[in-house]
Design a protein around this ligand. Structure first.
Ligand code: G6P
Length: 607
């Protein structure tokens, strides 16, 4: 995790590095720091906590210099203190680092034996001191970098500057993304193109094992064997323009309100509204002969994949396994010859999902990824990509990106179903119509703000909350629980409604809100019965349903929020928005840091 930035060029580096770090703060906000070269010497400012602390430090004690590196941290090794804040280094070298250096303990012992004295508990300092040692022994910065990179194991991205070298920045990538930006008489490096968006849109991505040497006019790239290589410079589509909060209090609120537009933008990519047909980009596998699909992802993206699994199995009759990536990669599952996989990720950089991708490809599975960032590592390494068109998502808790994932997976399920002869033209027209109505129905869900706020008033007082759903609403119940935990720190469980009687029912008393996602339809009666079982034991029943469901549930539910009646296929998308809005309202009531909840980061690039 963590975000890194570097700049070599003209003018003051620190203010622009700070600005770029703001766009990387989604990667972590435990501490931040910047180092520059001032009169040939390394100087740095660091602060514990969020970037505004560093901004205050810089305000009181500015950092001049036109060469610099910066870092925003999500702590892995060492507490989130100022002492452990990056950049790390010595008088000779300063280093910022995203990822984990796995063999840091053994290197540290070796370096201590050579007389290096460590000041922090970080794995990063090991790399900095290894560089220092090599420099002391007479290596040039380039020679030292080439040698040091061969000694470290793990997944990381690094950027470093050197005392006495005012026009030199060296960066490296192994398992964590890094982009080099080309400016006018200036060069940049950043964890992603978004960080560099206002500085330049000319970007080259380092490939696995690459390292690069930058001066103010050029970049020289080397591969893992130190051979000079060319890396394509492309014009990135990422723009910094869309990253403000507008008139909203939080990014999460803004992003919730972008649902209608995002769903519309995403669906119109893959649905033809007049013919009501799905039009997917070419798939990397034959949908008719593919024996089995693997779906894997992390966090909310995994819950979207779970919904996708229900849809694909039902509409296309293809067996699907769905697993969180961190389990999938170590489970050693037998993978069918000719099999394929669908990966889901907003960032396209999540370490476990990336590792799953590589494992799948080693096992000759064709990989289709559903990602929100066209230039991400996942998009670049997959056989094919279907993009969500959610735009940048800044709030750590995923909202619009999640529903855009659902929209894409729904289109994939219809497309696969049609190719396999299980979805007729009439079925396809009905299903696509339900999807095409999602943007306007999403707006109706957002209009239920006051009703959801009334439910939030009750939920905010609870210590434990249970979310229940069946079928595709089961993963959405888990999404509701995950969101609530993430941003309001209330313990919540998402459960399959029918499974409640096998354990969680023991927890039910008058203090536990039981929030059911219960639209009318084939599974309604079953879920309603489970709710009555909970009500009979004093449970406080709250429900998201539609007008038909409300008639029945109002008899025993304490609160009922009525969502548009849309049929079973589209219902999970609307319920997802409703539970996200509920979590948001609860978090606001509890006064938490909605966009940057404690301990979390948006893009998790460590295992
Ligand atoms: C983090 C974020 C979640 C996200 C998950 C997977 O945990 O906080 O919102 O769902 O990572 O991220 P991805 O970028 O792969 O969708």
């Amino acid at each position: 995790m963590c975000g890194i930035v570097g700049l070599v060029g003209r003018g003051e580096a620190a203010p622009r590095i700070l600005d770029a770090l703001r766009r990387l703060e989604y990667r972590g906000y435990d501490s931040a720091g910047i180092a520059t070269l001032v009169d040939g010497r390394i100087d740095r400012r660091r602060a514990e906590g969020k970037l505004f602390n560093l901004a205050n430090v810089l305000g009181a004690d500015p950092l001049p210099g036109s060469l610099g590196i910066g870092h925003t941290r999500w702590a892995t090794h060492g507490a989130p203190t100022e002492r452990n804040a990056h950049p790390h280094g010595t008088a000779r070298v300063a280093v910022v680092h995203n990822g984990i250096i796995e063999n840091h303990a053994e290197l540290k012992r070796e370096l201590q034996a050579l007389g290096q004295v460590f000041e922090t508990e970080t794995d990063t300092e090991t790399f900095a001191r290894l560089m220092d040692q090599l420099l002391q022994e007479g290596s040039t910065p380039e020679q030292a970098a080439a040698a040091a990179l061969k000694r470290v194991h793990g997944a990381f991205a690094l950027a470093m500057i050197f005392a006495g070298h005012p026009n030199l920045l060296i960066c490296a990538r192994q398992g964590a993304p890094l982009a080099v930006g080309f400016g006018e008489g200036e060069m940049f490096v950043g964890s992603d193109a978004l960080a560099l968006a206002p500085l330049t849109r000319q970007i080259a991505y380092l490939e696995e094992g690459d390292w690069a040497v930058l001066d103010d006019r050029s970049a020289r790239f080397f591969d893992v064997a130190d051979r000079p290589v060319e890396r394509q410079v492309r014009l990135t589509a990422v723009s910094g323009a869309a990253t403000g909060k507008g008139n909203y209090r939080h990014f999460m609120e803004k992003e919730l309100h972008e649902h209608p537009v995002v769903l519309g933008d995403t669906l119109t990519q893959y649905l033809e509204p007049t013919s009501r047909r799905v039009t997917l980009p070419p798939l990397p596998f034959d949908p008719v002969t593919v024996p089995r699909l693997t779906m894997t992802a992390c966090g909310s993206a995994f819950l979207a994949a779970m919904v996708g699994r229900y849809w694909i199995e039902r509409l296309a009759r293809i067996p699907v396994d769905a697993d969180v990536a961190s389990e999938f990669r170590y489970r050693d599952p037998p993978l069918a010859d000719g099999g394929a996989a669908i990966l889901v990720s907003q960032s396209g950089e999540t370490a476990d999902t990336m590792a799953a991708l590589r494992l799948l490809r080693e096992h000759r599975q064709k990989v289709l990824s559903v990602v929100n960032v066209a230039e991400s590592s996942m998009a670049r390494e997959s056989d094919a990509t279907v993009l969500t068109v959610a735009g940048p998502e800044i709030g750590v808790a995923s909202t619009k990106a999640f529903t855009a994932q659902l929209a894409v997976l729904a289109c994939i399920a219809i497309g696969l179903g049609r190719a396999r002869g299980h979805v007729s033209a009439t079925d396809e027209a009905k299903l696509t119509m339900a999807l095409l109505e999602l943007p306007s129905n999403a707006a109706l869900v957002l209009d239920q703000d006051a009703e959801i706020r009334a439910m939030a008033d009750e939920v905010a007082k609870a210590r434990d909350v249970m979310f229940l759903g069946r079928g595709t609403l089961f993963p959405i119940a888990m999404e509701g629980a995950l969101k609530l935990k993430e941003i309001s720190y209330i313990h919540a469980e998402g459960y399959a409604a029918g499974e409640m009687k096998h354990g969680p029912i023991a927890l039910i008393d008058g203090a536990v809100p039981v929030i059911s996602l219960c639209p009318s339809g084939p599974l309604f009666e079953k879920t309603a019965s489970n709710l009555q079982e909970a009500a009979a034991r004093g449970g406080r029943i709250m429900a998201f349903t539609d007008d038909l469901g409300a008639e029945r549930l109002s008899a025993f539910a304490e609160r009922v929020v009525v969502l548009p009646r849309v049929g079973a296929f589209a219902a999970p998308v609307l319920h997802a928005i409703a539970v996200q809005l509920l979590a948001y309202q609860v978090a606001v009531l509890k006064g938490g840091d909605v966009d940057q909840p404690r301990n979390l980061a948006k893009s998790v690039t460590v295992e």
